[in-house]
Design a protein around this ligand. Structure first.
Ligand code: IMP
Ligand code: MG
Length: 403
């Protein structure tokens, strides 16, 4: 199975990080293809909790080779922190020179826009993602490849007076942006960390595929937050499905596109959430599943699994198979839980309590009856097989269904 894509099938936070971590060992390359430090993967690595935002999850697998693709936006401060983690695991990281650089002014603008939107705010992570991608698509703004010397940085930021224009917009929002000189000096401080890692990641990924190597593309966020497929304006600024890989890497044949979903649903930030739970259930699940944002610490909104929506997400994201996470959490939190099967119509299924054997189960057929019915419903409504079930936070807490 040489080319494998893992994407979020909901609104992010489905536990993609754990799945990629579990699959990293058997792959030669792990490639992050979209987004930036808006992501938050909480991992259990050798018994320790590690949270990653930007670099591929493969960096915590020893000696693994990791790429950050061209349609990502990289916050150099996060980059430097996570490169140190990669060094600790002796894993390799290559960064595409075309990736955007998130500047301090992008973060300021992200916050300023949100404040200006008042009640209509999107609830972004305020990591500067939207404003950085705005620069990217208007063909300006700093890229990692510009981090060669202070003159090159200045030349790019001054081109078309783009930094000046940005600063004027920030002032319009009542913000006090750093000066051009300050931004140049700030960016130049990352040259040493970034330069040795620059490489044409598109070529590297293509060559690896051509050589029959196993390549795993790691998605960030989820299909329901996709710039096109998501509900406007409650979206992120990148392509979150398998199409995002094709757009960046020109690779269109995938052996597997795994969509990761939870046995329920969560959403951080604003936007429609038809299967959102009532307050009491919401709080129960948030506590049981620690549903707080890994990037922002915000409480995640909780809801029931929405099968018609999951079907639509599978279609939009090119998903061919599903992994269902946090099955242990759902069964334990509720004696009876719900699943949305149609507009406003739910079926009720029995939970499975604190099944102490659940974590050690390796046989799909031995799952509690409520869980088996749930997976049968998921397969029926999405027309995709459930190939794996997450039963705990560690990467080995997965039951893979082998046919
Ligand atoms: P942005 O990506 O920071 O611009 O935020 C846009 C929307 O996507 C907001 O609703 C965020 O909460 C959401 N979002 C962005 N990244 C993630 C993520 O990794 N997990 C969950 N939600 C996210
Ligand atoms: Mg997350």
């Amino acid at each position: 199975m040489p080319v494998h894509v893992v994407v979020g099938a909901q609104w992010g936070d489905e536990g993609k990080g754990k799945i990629v971590h579990a699959l990293a060992e058997e792959n030669d390359l792990i490639v992050r293809f979209n987004g930036g430090a808006n992501a938050g993967h909480t991992l259990m690595v050798e018994g320790e909790k590690v949270v990653l935002h930007l670099l591929p999850v493969g960096i915590v697998t020893r000696f693994k080779r990791n790429l950050v693709g061209p349609y990502t936006v990289c916050d150099p401060e996060v980059l430097v922190k996570e490169l140190a983690i990669a060094d600790a695991y002796k894993s390799e990281v290559f960064l595409d020179p075309r990736a955007g650089v998130v500047l301090p002014i992008h973060k300021l603008l992200d916050g300023g826009r949100e404040n200006a939107s008042g009640g209509g705010a999107i609830g972004t992570t305020k990591k500067g993602i939207g404003p950085c991608y705005e620069d990217y698509v208007s063909r300006r703004g700093l890229r990692l490849g510009n981090l060669t010397d202070a003159d090159a940085i200045r030349a790019e930021l001054a081109r078309g007076r783009s930094y000046e224009e940005r600063a004027a917009v920030a002032q319009f929002h009542g913000l006090a942006p750093p000066s051009l000189d300050e931004t140049v000096a700030w960016a130049a401080s990352f040259i040493k960390a970034v330069q040795p890692r620059l490489a044409d990641t598109v070529e590297m990924a293509r060559q690896a595929v051509a050589a029959g190597k196993r390549v795993l593309f790691e998605g960030a966020q989820g299909v329901n937050l996709d710039l096109v497929a998501g509900t406007r304006p409650y979206q992120t600024s990148s392509f979150c499905g398998a199409g995002g890989v094709s757009a960046s890497f020109g690779i269109t044949r995938f052996d597997r596109v795994t969509g990761v979903a939870k046995a329920y649903a969560t959403r951080v930030g604003g936007g429609p959430f038809p299967s959102e739970m009532g307050e009491a259930d919401d709080e129960t699940l948030r506590q049981a599943g620690s549903e707080f944002g890994a990037t922002t610490g915000r409480s995640r909104r909780c809801g029931w699994l929405d099968l018609p929506l999951l079907r639509a997400s599978c279609d939009a994201g090119g998903i061919t198979e599903l992994v269902i996470n946090k099955v242990d959490v759902l069964g334990k939190a509720f004696a009876e839980f719900q699943v949305c099967v149609r507009d406003g119509k739910y079926v009720k299924l029995p939970g499975w309590g604190d099944d102490v054997h659940f974590r050690n189960l390796r046989l799909y057929g031995h799952l509690p009856v409520g869980a088996q019915i749930l997976f049968d419903l998921i397969e029926k409504y999405t027309d995709r097989p459930v190939v794996g079930v997450g039963t705990g936070p560690a990467s080995h807490d997965i039951i893979w269904k082998r046919n």
